[in-house]
Write a protein of this length. Structure first.
Length: 300
């Protein structure tokens, strides 16, 4: 029987599900340990985190990374490569300029107008990462933001750690990004896909392996000067993406890959359908009028 528990961290809720109730306390302890360490090292909202210190040294030359931050940055670089730069970790300054300067739980829902400007993001290829020296160099003025891949990577990492240490089936959901590991429980992992918890419309699916991720423009949204803003940045403009999609859900071999595809699809707009079909990634796309479309082999 599936049992679960949840806790708050990284500005969202993380839920741990196991198919052996006796394993839940140990699984929760492992995931909490993993998430708390990631938050301490990789959060851009913590002044003294390693990521914040790294961003503060842009233009300073080669900077040695801890193993954990290096792993997070490598996941973000792979996300950028998979999406041909549509999901780019160098959008940090753009995210801040859009008003996302504190964790979403602490972000005011409304406020004065912002001076936003169209600009091309420097781009992930401008980062000089040396896997042998475990260093990275940030060009002057560049700020790394791991928000586009961080929660999915954290879910993958935590779920893998639980299975490696306990040998049980586990699902870890971090802010809508779900990673499953271990022996498949009978019937698979039941998941309800919805815009928010308790929504009137949803789609129930079963996940058998890998990861499932949802990206959208409705959950993390705020207003400044009467203008609606969200946290998915289009690197071609440096502004929140203008998109027909309210939310996109994708299944893939890992949660990081699923999240990369779902976020890229939001930014792509209508082109996303053909792109997801080509990649054969099962996807569910909901437009801003509530219409539902499917791609990559996902059936209604």
């Amino acid at each position: 029987m599936l049992t679960f528990d949840s806790f708050a961290a990284m500005g969202t809720i993380t839920t741990v599900v196991v198919d052996e109730s006796s394993a839940l306390p140990a699984a929760m302890a492992i995931v909490q340990e993993q998430i708390q360490e990631i938050d301490q090292v990789c959060s851009r909202f913590r002044e003294h985190s390693e990521l914040s210190r790294l961003n503060g040294r842009s233009g300073d030359g080669e900077i040695v990374l801890s193993p954990l931050l290096e792993e997070a940055i490598v996941a973000a670089l792979k996300t950028a490569e998979m999406t041909n730069g549509l999901v780019d970790l160098t959008v940090g300054a753009c995210v801040r300029e859009a008003g996302y300067t504190v964790t979403f739980r602490d972000l005011p829902s409304d406020g004065p107008a912002l001076q936003l400007r169209v600009r091309n993001v420097v781009g992930w290829r401008a980062l000089s990462y040396d896997p042998r020296a475990h260093t990275v160099r940030l060009p002057p003025g560049v700020s790394v933001d791991l928000g586009a891949s961080g929660k999915a990577w954290a879910a993958d990492r935590a779920a893998t750690e639980v299975t490696n240490r306990l040998g049980v089936s586990v699902a870890v959901e971090c802010g809508g990004d779900i990673a499953v590991r271990g022996p498949l429980p009978e019937g698979g992992w039941p998941v309800r896909v919805a815009a928010v918890v308790g929504a009137n419309e949803w789609h129930d699916v079963v996940v058998f392996d890998g990861g499932l991720a949802t990206s959208g423009t409705t959950a993390r949204r705020w207003r400044r000067g009467g203008v609606e803003l969200h946290d998915i940045i289009d690197p071609s403009t440096g502004l929140p993406a203008c998109t027909p999609w309210a939310m996109v859900t994708v299944a893939a071999a890992t949660c990081v890959e699923a999240n990369a595809a779902s976020t890229a699809a939001v930014i792509m707009g209508e082109r996303a359908m053909a792109w997801l079909d080509d990649l054969k990634l099962p996807s569910r796309l909901v437009d801003t009028d509530g219409g539902v479309r499917f791609a990559g082999g996902w059936s209604a």
